[in-house]
Ligand binder design. Structure first.
Ligand code: FES
Length: 136
């Protein structure tokens, strides 16, 4: 019989959110793996999910992940700083908001053109092999 602990409930809740995010997300409990790695990581995407020169929206986590050049990944909060629409268009090293057309630099999140005036919020990610993680 499995004992239900607060930790199990948190991990289970996180796993369901992660699965909703991109269909391939998984929770990894690193408690027993090593003391050098974070306690828990959430898989956000596979490297292959992020096109070179483009990006992908992880809607359930409100994250945008970009890959301006092969092997260089960046992540940002996906809510546009103008009126909070999720940015969802990625091309030519730009992230575009579909609501009013603001564009952001896919490396820095800085505004290229408005109406947004503030950059997208950068988010720390970790690439390990063919997968991209958020450490929590
Ligand atoms: S909400 Fe993004 S440009 Fe207006």
């Amino acid at each position: 019989m499995t004992r239900v602990t607060r930790r199990n409930v948190i991990l289970a809740a996180g796993a369901s959110v992660g699965l909703a995010a991109c269909g391939s997300a998984e929770e990894i409990d690193r408690n027993t793996a090593s003391t050098a790695v974070p306690e828990r990581s959430v898989q956000l995407a596979r490297v292959a999910d992020v096109p070179v020169g483009g990006g992908v929206l992880i809607a359930a986590r409100e994250l945008a992940i970009t890959q301006p050049v092969e092997g260089e990944f960046h992540a940002f909060g996906a809510l546009c700083t103008h009126q909070n629409c999720p940015v969802s268009q990625f091309e030519r090293d730009e992230i575009r908001c579909p609501c009013h057309g603001s564009t952001f630099d896919s490396r820095t999140g800085e505004v290229i053109s408005g109406p947004a005036s503030l950059p997208l919020h950068p988010v720390a990610i970790r690439v390990d092999g063919d997968r991209i993680y958020s450490d929590v």
